[in-house]
Write a protein that binds this ligand. Structure first.
Ligand code: HEC
Ligand code: HEC
Ligand code: HEC
Ligand code: HEC
Length: 173
């Protein structure tokens, strides 16, 4: 009886620490602080100029309303059938929102992973540490979680040409 109680307590502890250690989505404004210098590649500005940062706005437009109607979706700006690919903030469980807004559209953290644990300077400066804390260097497979035939407007996706369009390299590349 006592043993079982201890076991249950242990399980609860493990489970809750697993839940609490989930990284949160902090939003592009936080990344901007360190990733918008001219000499380092202005990643934030490049993203604001890309379609990804406008993906939520797209859902408010006429084209989206037409597609939504065809798909039987009443409101494309709230329905999971659309927001799961057009807004990082609305695609995630609300409990993981650490400051990201829906208007950011497809934000940094959809591609690089939630930033609450890796955002600190000491972790960021160390390749092994940032990986351990959830920073993702995205590949073709990650793009294809959204760029695929379940997107109502999908035609094709060529990784090489499409990555060139949204590239935001640092000084070394
Ligand atoms: C406190 C400053 C700081 C913040 C905040 C920050 N970074 Fe960084 N980041 C760095 C530094 C420093 C590096 C190391 C490379 C360099 O010197 O540019 C880096 C590297 C990276 C890399 C390259 C990883 C690699 O292995 O090639 C990515 C991607 C990245 N950051 C994304 C982000 C994202 C996304 C956010 C917001 C969620 C963010 N960073 C927030 C400072 C920061
Ligand atoms: C979370 C979903 C998601 C991920 C992941 C994603 N995209 Fe996108 N992407 C979109 C959406 C949504 C649009 C349309 C935005 C709009 O026009 O409103 C888009 C648009 C684009 C466009 C502009 C449209 C065009 O054909 O000119 C390019 C280029 C692009 N993505 C490249 C990429 C690449 C490369 C990757 C992987 C490194 C990637 N995307 C990952 C959702 C995503
Ligand atoms: C599987 C991910 C995904 C889903 C789900 C999705 N989209 Fe998209 N959407 C994209 C991507 C990626 C693009 C960029 C163009 C392309 O490759 O389809 C895009 C582009 C668009 C565009 C711009 C098209 C253009 O050519 O200018 C509109 C409008 C749009 N989506 C509306 C919607 C609506 C409305 C829904 C919900 C019914 C929806 N999308 C669901 C991924 C998705
Ligand atoms: C559509 C997916 C996508 C989005 C959105 C995105 N990135 Fe990236 N990012 C990439 C890819 C792909 C690379 C190149 C990875 C490689 O080197 O193979 C990259 C590389 C980087 C690098 C490393 C640059 C270098 O060469 O040293 C930094 C820093 C970075 N991103 C920051 C950001 C920040 C900050 C944002 C948001 C303001 C952002 N990214 C948004 C896909 C994305």
């Amino acid at each position: 009886m006592k043993k079982e109680l201890v076991l249950t307590a242990c399980m609860f502890f493990l489970l809750s620490s697993a839940l609490f250690s989930q990284n949160k989505y902090i939003g592009a404004a936080k990344c901007k602080m360190c990733h918008n210098a001219e000499a380092k590649g202005k990643q934030y500005t490049k993203w604001t100029e890309s379609q990804h940062s406008k993906a939520f706005k797209t859902l408010q437009g006429e084209a989206a309303k037409k597609i939504a109607k065809e798909k039987g979706v009443a409101n494309p700006t709230t329905d999971a059938k659309c927001v799961k690919c057009h807004s990082t903030a609305l695609a995630i469980n609300a409990s993981l929102n650490g400051g990201i807004t829906k208007e950011e559209g497809v934000s940094c953290e959809s591609c690089h992973g939630p930033g609450s644990a890796y955002k600190s300077p000491t972790i960021m400066k160390n390749l092994a540490e940032r990986k351990k804390n959830g920073l993702i260097v995205p590949d073709e497979a990650l793009c294809k979680t959204c760029h695929n035939s379940t997107s109502p407007t999908f035609k094709s996706f060529d990784f090489k040409t499409q990555s060139a369009k949204v590239a935001h390299p640092g000084p070394k590349k």
